[in-house]
Ligand binder design. Structure first.
Ligand code: AMP
Ligand code: MG
Length: 350
């Protein structure tokens, strides 16, 4: 299949391109599109056949459910059986934006979207191209991230191209995304609500808005009768091709010293090494590829660059990556959650 890569500049000037993508969606094809979190691989959420194509293109296990993307509040009624008060408050405040809510699913939502669960994940993205695409399609768009299953999520159209060229008919290129990590997933079917995946919207921000405490359960171990609450938890995630090791420590000096020691060991084994550093530390490393992921003074820069940097190491043939961690920084949960998974839980503490 030939994959068409289409640039979106101003929404007003890109109506034709977005309409073409919407037609594909209506017909049951899949299209990659930008959102503010990461690029999504979208299909008509009502059509089993379209949903099957999403799983196929990504190589995603079919019990790992998708998020339904909507463009206005009216669409919620068709998707969810009930919307608790706390969910309403959160939706009013954070939508459109990087928050996904889990609700009891309506009978209309096909089981293939929810991986057979009786709950459904719903999000209203703030990205204008995404919302225009949903509006023109006239259906909720089922979409996971537009990467090959297991790889880092795409934050640029080039990343989608790397993974899905030849497998899907169209990619809408809206440039680099703003947030850079996936949405915060919050389960509102339980009291108190439970955060299943941390993201740009933090536990504190959520609690301030809903006016009551929430819980965080992002571990794969705490299961509900052996089944993880967010089925995505049990799969390998966000991982570069290179082996990655996360080095955590009580000071910048200790971490730098340890990483440099590990780098020289790896080099003596003949391995090409990479270090994921920050603006504050990059000058202190001696590896083949030292890349700053952003500044600790603004963790949003770290979130925005994270996946691009991980993919970049693969592109430059790095075989082993050492990364600094982010403990005690704002947005720590969102960033560390991805890093720990990218490193396959290989962590060294100094
Ligand atoms: P992705 O953004 O590609 O990681 O895919 C969507 C994520 O939403 C996956 O991690 C799913 O496990 C999660 N998800 C989707 N639907 C549900 C649901 N009903 N309950 C819990 N998690 C869900
Ligand atoms: Mg994903």
């Amino acid at each position: 299949m030939e994959t068409k890569l289409v640039k979106i500049h101003q929404i007003e000037e890109s109506q034709e391109e977005i309409e073409e993508a919407a037609q594909l969606i209506r017909r049951g094809e899949v299209v990659a599109f930008p959102t503010e979190t990461v690029y999504g691989l979208g299909g008509n959420g009502w059509k089993q056949d379209a949903v099957r194509k999403i799983y196929e293109a990504k190589g995603r296990p079919s019990d790992n459910p998708l998020i339904l993307h909507i463009c206005d509040m009216e669409m919620i009624g068709e998707l969810a059986k009930e919307v608790p008060e706390s969910a309403k408050k959160a939706m009013e405040h954070f939508w459109p934006g990087p928050m996904t809510v889990i609700l009891k699913k309506s009978d209309k939502v096909p089981g293939c979207v929810t991986g057979g669960l009786d709950t459904v994940a719903v999000r209203m993205p703030s990205d204008e191209t995404a919302r225009e695409l949903i509006r023109r399609s006239g259906v909720p768009i089922a979409a996971p991230s537009a990467n090959t299953s297991g790889r880092p999520s795409p934050t640029k159209a080039e990343h989608v191209w790397e993974d899905l060229n030849g497998k899907i008919p169209m990619i809408l290129d809206g440039g680099a995304v703003k947030v850079g990590v996936e949405s915060t997933i919050i389960d509102f079917t339980v009291e108190p609500p439970v955060i299943l995946r941390p993201g740009r919207i933090t536990k504190k921000a959520l609690e301030d808005v809903i006016g009551c405490p929430s819980e965080m359960n992002t571990s794969m171990k705490e299961t509900d009768g052996g089944v993880p609450k967010a089925p995505g938890m049990k799969y390998k995630h966000y991982a570069p091709k290179a082996r990655m090791i996360l080095v955590l420590g009580s000071s910048r000096e200790k971490v730098t010293e340890k990483i440099n020691e590990l780098v020289s060991e790896a080099r003596s084994r003949g391995q090409r090494t990479g270090v994921m550093a920050t603006d504050e530390s990059e000058a202190y490393y001696q590896a083949d590829e030292v890349v700053s992921v952003g500044t600790r003074k603004n963790m949003e820069t770290v979130m925005a660059n994270l996946y691009d940097v991980l993919r970049g190491f693969d592109g430059r043939g790095v075989e082993i990556i050492y990364s600094e961690g982010f403990e005690g920084e704002p947005l720590e949960e969102a960033v560390m959650n991805r890093l720990v998974k990218a490193a396959g839980h290989e962590i060294i503490r100094v």
